[in-house]
Design a protein around this ligand. Structure first.
Ligand code: ZN
Length: 277
């Protein structure tokens, strides 16, 4: 049987809620509700950011705690992944909530240009976050926005800062970072297999690239990410009705590629995360 596909849902992200995008969950209550619907639709993993009351990116550990508690109450064994991403958050605050010990947290292993800013991840900062995650028993999801980040990961694993085998996400379609090209993904996956045997991988396409990158990942044996953080559109003319609908669409694609949708319990086992208590 083909390997089950772990569907991750990135429910919110850090860009401002657009007036024309009412489906984006922003308050903690909206986020819990949206995550629950996505879990019911087949998502095994949720990637979360939290927002301040003015909807800017927040690092408030209290908000992360309430969100974590709500998701655990409604989606018992779903894997929770905190974002340590930038965009409006002070560098020293980006790991401030990791003491809450989510199952996973995102970790970009290098700096890259984003559409209008530099996404800053200096070497010592990356190492500090990696050590914090390792010491709390949090599994990082390595965010590869550019090729050097994959090679940096190999070094961090060799040094013992990241526990092997790692879980890597290849990100495509962010302006000024890697374009959505299948040959790049093929190269990255080949190098990952060669340099980090046993590593698991997923891929994310931003904006109009979301679905095509999902298809490539399904075909090549990887896992899939979807959600309103990456893409608020359903097609060229319509907005997505919500995170659950995007998850349902990927679940339908899984069937097309004969990949079962992983349950949260299966996802935990594939990623080496302990079963839910
Ligand atoms: Zn994110």
């Amino acid at each position: 049987m083909a390997e089950p596909c772990i569907i991750s849902v990135a429910i919110t992200g850090s860009v401002p809620r657009k007036k024309d995008n009412p489906a984006l969950p922003v308050t903690v209550a909206e986020q819990i509700e949206s995550t629950h619907a996505a879990y019911e639709a087949g998502a095994a993993l949720v990637h979360v950011h939290v927002r301040n009351d003015d909807e800017s990116s927040s690092s408030d550990p209290e908000k992360f705690a309430r969100l974590q508690e709500g998701i655990r109450a409604h989606c018992r064994d779903m894997i929770i992944q905190f974002s340590t991403g930038g965009r409006g958050r002070a560098m020293e605050a980006r790991g401030a909530m990791l003491y809450l010990k989510p199952e996973m947290a995102s970790l970009a292993t290098g700096s890259v240009n984003f559409p209008t800013i530099v996404y800053e991840n200096p070497p010592d900062f990356v190492r500090g976050l990696a050590v914090t995650m390792r010491d709390y028993g949090i599994k990082p999801e390595i965010e590869v926005f550019d090729l050097a980040m994959l090679y940096n990961t190999v070094d961090l694993v060799a040094e013992g800062l990241i526990v092997a085998p790692p879980h890597v996400q290849f990100v495509f379609g962010v302006k000024h970072a890697l374009p959505a090209r299948r040959d790049i993904l093929e190269f990255e996956v080949a190098k990952l297999r060669e340099m980090l045997p046993g590593a698991t991988w997923t891929a994310a396409g931003i904006g109009r690239h979301q679905l095509e990158v999902n298809r490539w990942a399904l075909e090549m044996g990887g896992h899939c990410r979807t959600g309103l953080e990456d893409n608020v559109r359903w097609d060229k003319t319509t907005l997505a009705p919500g995170n659950a609908a995007l998850v349902e669409r990927v679940a339908a694609l899984c069937a097309e590629y004969c990949r079962p949708v992983a349950t949260a319990a299966q996802a935990r086992s594939m990623l080496g995360i302990p079963a839910a208590a």
